[in-house]
Design a protein around this ligand. Structure first.
Ligand code: FES
Length: 85
């Protein structure tokens, strides 16, 4: 199933990326380019990220993920996105 229509990224590709070690939305944006165009796939991709990583078990909205260490590449993308906004 295609999750990101803008970048033609499938659910299988996202799962493979998560299995290979991606742990954040930013990792998937860097590796696959998801959620960087119209953004409509963002919530679904975030759910996939949340399901692949341990969480606090509450409806935290991703607090556990935001507490994870950010990779240097993800930090660069975050800065570039902030500059583009
Ligand atoms: S559907 Fe993923 S950015 Fe548009």
């Amino acid at each position: 199933m295609i999750v990101c229509v803008c970048k033609s990224v499938s659910e299988r590709q996202i799962k493979a990326c998560l299995d290979a070690g991606a742990t954040t939305m930013e990792d998937l944006q860097i590796d696959l380019g998801v959620a960087l165009c119209c953004g409509k796939c963002g919530p679904y991709v975030q759910e996939m990220v949340s399901g692949a990583t341990p969480c606090c078990g509450r409806s935290c909205g991703g607090c556990c993920q935001s507490a994870q260490a950010e990779t240097p590449a993800a930090e660069v993308v975050r800065r570039e996105l902030a500059l583009a906004a």
